[in-house]
Design a protein around this ligand. Structure first.
Ligand SMILES: [Zn+2]
Length: 278
């Protein structure tokens, strides 16, 4: 599932590629991706003729701003891809929505597993449509906070670190991959309780959080063998080659050579090093 670095990579690509473009026509193949709308016509009518004025991100949601005042909300779900294409490009299987621009070029939404979605709403209705946006925690890329404020919030939570990093109400946009990588970078175990951290450990965790995410964006996100993540140009990310623990079970730790451990809890895997994380 795309996490903050993957969604941010696409946001930055969209900013360069589609801002300033005007929607000429829209095709939707079914209602699954645009399920919040009552009909295809209703969805298409809100987009055709509109000019894209900006692209922002809230957690894992992309907010495409239109000159009509509306927002096109895009969530990639498990396997969604937003791809730039030319009209002459061969159709791609599992394409649900195609947006064509007056200046030429298209944006295609491809989603084999169909958990992703697209809908048009107003800024006023956005938080009613997606209540989790109102409760979203801080964004380490968009709105970095001082490590001392982070420390206060962390200690007050009294929660195990991995669960806390993945709690969208605490930090927006992290999932399984980056929480494991951040905890390795910080030298902290997934099951350490947040109130037991020393000042030095909190600073290390905060630095690991910010640095890991910036690094992952620099490498254009992670594309794993069993996952669908592609950037706007259909290219895979490169950060998986930098992973220290995620999906490296049994391989030797890049820092101490001990085998990386995998723990399965409730269908979710946690990867860590017994030696390097305390
Ligand atoms: Zn190690």
């Amino acid at each position: 599932m795309p996490e903050l670095p993957e969604v941010e990579t696409i946001r930055r690509d969209l900013e360069k590629e589609v801002v300033g473009k005007r929607v000429k026509s829209v095709e939707a193949t079914g209602m699954r991706t645009i399920r919040r709308h009552t009909s295809k016509k209703q969805f298409i009518g809100k987009l055709e003729g509109a000019k894209i004025t900006g692209v922002t991100r809230k957690g894992k949601y992309l907010l495409v701003r239109l000159d009509t005042g509306d927002i096109l909300v895009v969530h990639l779900g498990m396997s969604g891809q937003l791809l730039r294409a030319a009209p002459k490009d061969a159709p791609i299987k599992h394409t649900h929505v195609v947006i064509s621009f007056t200046q030429g070029g298209q944006l295609r939404f491809v989603d084999p597993r169909t958990f992703g979605e697209m809908f048009v709403t107003t800024p006023e209705a956005l938080e009613d449509d997606v209540p989790e946006l109102a409760e979203l925690g801080f964004d380490p890329i968009e709105e970095p906070m001082s490590w001392t404020v982070f420390a206060e919030r962390l200690v007050a939570k009294k929660t195990k670190l991995k669960a806390l990093l993945m709690d969208q109400k605490f930090i927006a946009g992290l999932g399984n991959i980056y929480s494991d990588e951040i905890l390795f970078a910080a030298g902290l175990r997934y099951d350490r309780s947040s109130e037991t951290l020393s000042t030095q450990e909190i600073r290390r965790l905060y630095r690991a959080l910010v640095e890991t995410l910036h690094d992952a964006i620099k490498h254009r996100g992670s594309s794993l063998a069993d996952e669908q993540y592609r950037d706007l140009f259909g290219e895979v990310g490169d950060f998986q080659s930098q992973h220290k623990v995620y999906a490296r079970e049994g391989e030797s730790c890049r820092r101490c050579r001990a085998p990386i451990q995998r723990l399965k809890v409730g269908g979710r895997s946690t990867f860590y090093c017994e030696q390097c994380q305390v």
